[in-house]
Design a protein around this ligand. Structure first.
Ligand code: NAD
Ligand code: ZN
Length: 260
């Protein structure tokens, strides 16, 4: 018996407005490295600031070169048991949705529908002038063939992945919605995030201050651990499989006969 997993299952079973908040740690078991762990993205590449990207053609080339490399990491990645659990919990009416800092699109591939992508998506490339979106794979192929930064087909503008770079503002409507989900949550599960990147990391605080129970599942300590009702420093996939197996029948699910 695992008392911590049982508590989470009990809280989740009773919650009416549970929100799941995810970071890069949710995707490491799908083979996508996170940012800050050893061997993570930052031990190998230097991030290009938004401002630098907009004005410096060398930075643009370097950015696309880096994206071509990281695209290979997630293009064939598949959702893991954590992504699948969230999709199932949403379909069963147990959670309101997922707020994610991830840009890999694996929540949607797993079947989650209510996903707020705070940092955008690396599956698309957008025109910085007119906003037209393109499939990232097709644009990367274009970059690899020409070694030039792809321009927008519609207006000739500069394109960039539809992710939020450092120094670039978060999409206001997405952030606003994430704040209202957090404020209204009765249970907030922060999973696989170092909880140091703001404003994303302010959301668990907002939820807690608005009355939610806060659960943090992350291998390493986070600055919000002391605020949480429960902290689990363990591998995410196994934890969520455990919680899932302990959940009471989903609301609306056929009640199994208890007769012996
Ligand atoms: P982060 O790298 O700062 O933190 C990830 C945390 O997850 C770490 O503390 C690590 O200890 C923990 N972790 C990793 N694998 C785990 C596992 N299997 N079980 C338990 N814990 C595990 O990631 P973050 O907080 O999301 O940082 C923010 C930035 O990283 C975001 O802006 C995000 O856009 C970007 N990012 C996204 C991806 C992705 O989309 N998959 C990948 C790398 C970085
Ligand atoms: Zn354009």
């Amino acid at each position: 018996m695992d008392a911590d997993l049982e508590r989470i299952a009990e809280w989740l079973g009773r919650a009416e407005r549970c929100v799941v908040f995810t970071g890069a740690g949710v995707s490491t078991e799908s083979g996508i490295p996170d940012f800050r762990s050893a061997g993570g993205v930052w031990s190998r590449t230097k991030p290009i600031l938004f401002d630098e990207y907009c004005r410096d053609s060398q930075a643009q080339i370097e950015y696309w070169r880096q994206r071509a490399e990281t695209h290979l990491q997630f293009a064939d990645a598949e959702p893991n048991s954590a992504h699948r659990a969230f999709a199932r919990w949403e379909a069963e009416g147990r959670i309101r949705g997922v707020i994610t800092q991830n840009i890999d699109g694996l929540h949607q591939i797993a079947g989650s529908r209510q996903v707020l992508e705070l940092h955008g998506t690396a599956r698309k490339v957008g025109c910085l002038d007119c906003g037209t979106l393109y499939d990232a794979q097709a644009m990367l192929a274009r970059f690899q063939q020409t070694q030039a930064v792809p321009r927008c087909d519609r207006c000739g503008g500069l394109t960039k992945h539809a992710t939020i770079s450092f120094g670039q503002a978060l999409p206001v409507d997405v952030l606003r919605q994430a704040m209202s989900w957090s404020r209204e949550a009765d249970l907030f599960l922060a999973i696989g995030s170092s909880l140091v990147v703001t404003p994303a990391a302010d959301l668990p605080v907002l939820a807690k201050e608005s009355g939610a129970r806060l659960v943090i599942i992350n291998r390493e300590p986070t600055p919000l651990d002391s605020l949480a009702d429960l902290v689990l420093r363990r591998a995410i996939g196994a934890c969520l499989e455990g919680v899932d197996s302990l959940l009471p029948a989903a609301p609306g699910a056929t009640v199994r006969s208890e007769a012996s």
